[in-house]
Write a protein that binds this ligand. Structure first.
Ligand SMILES: Cc1cc2nc3c(=O)[nH]c(=O)nc-3n(C[C@H](O)[C@H](O)[C@H](O)COP(=O)(O)OP(=O)(O)OC[C@H]3O[C@@H](n4cnc5c(N)ncnc54)[C@H](O)[C@@H]3O)c2cc1C
Length: 236
């Protein structure tokens, strides 16, 4: 798919948590991409140019918008400026980029899928999930292992629960590292909750901070996962 630079504008900006926003960007031209890929988001603030990579959280079926779920890094160069943007402000994207994508025509295709992410690392997994669930011919079991810091800040919580209810092949396993007293689910880091993976029979997609991605893939390999069936994206 050809790399394009496409101008657009922020069509919707939603607060997902205190420090995470979901930006919907309406594009002036369609963007063809594969589920799992990312774009470079470019915008200007007070004459300064900003450009950062973000995974596409939306479905590849919607080619005229991209949704990006972005965490505010308070001492970061770009996100504090991005968080000042308003609906209607201009930006542009360059993409599609990246090799992290759902493997559709792969000879190594496994009978199950495990998606593992933390925080905004859910973004490309959400896009992959939409593709898997919309394909009625693909009935493979899917486990989504999703780690968040706090139980009141689980991104896309309702949407993911609704999908789990609607699609029997999907199992959602949410893990919280700093649980409140009322949290009844799993506790800790995703890498300590890998018992949900069928290592030998799964394609494993991992996305998030580099330490987590390395810890999960090392552990999966130690437990017999096929190195060639592990796909990952690190938010460096
Ligand atoms: C392929 C790819 C896809 C990405 N997709 C997303 C995405 O979907 N959503 C998203 O929020 N980010 C994503 N990122 C990270 C993003 O590109 C920026 O690094 C991030 O927004 C910080 O930018 P900044 O300019 O504000 O901070 P910088 O000035 O670049 O960084 C300041 C400091 O914060 C650290 N830092 C960087 N990112 C984070 C983070 N997410 N949480 C905590 N600390 C951080 C850096 O290591 C650095 O020490 C992705 C990165 C890559 C490489």
């Amino acid at each position: 798919m050809a790399l394009k630079t496409i101008s657009g504008k922020f069509a919707k900006i939603e607060n997902q948590t205190e420090k995470t926003k979901l930006f919907t960007i309406e594009l002036d031209e369609e963007l063809e991409f594969e589920s799992g890929q990312f774009v470079n988001l470019m915008f200007e603030h007070e004459g300064e140019k900003h450009r950062k990579p973000y995974s596409i959280a939306s479905s590849k079926v919607n080619k005229d918008i991209v949704e990006l779920t972005i965490n505010l890094v308070e001492d970061g160069r770009s996100t504090p400026k991005l968080f000042l943007k308003q609906v209607g402000d201009e930006c542009s994207i360059m993409g599609p980029l990246g090799l992290f994508k759902l493997q559709q025509d792969n000879e190594l295709k496994k009978e199950k899928i495990t998606l593992i992410g933390t925080g905004t690392g859910i973004a490309p997994l959400r896009s992959i999930l939409f593709e898997l669930l919309s394909n009625s011919k693909d009935e493979r079991e899917i486990v989504l292992l999703f780690g968040n810091r706090f139980d009141n800040e689980i991104l896309f919580e309702k949407e993911l629960k609704d999908l789990e209810e609607s699609y029997p092949q999907l199992r959602l396993v949410t893990v919280v590292s700093r649980p409140s007293e009322t949290w009844e689910g799993r506790v800790g880091y995703v890498q300590d909750n890998l018992d949900v993976i069928d290592y030998l029979n799964s394609e494993i997609y991992i996305c998030g901070r580099p330490e987590m991605v390395t810890a999960v893939s090392d552990k999966a390999i130690l437990n017999g996962a096929d190195v060639d069936s592990i796909y990952s994206e690190k938010y460096v």
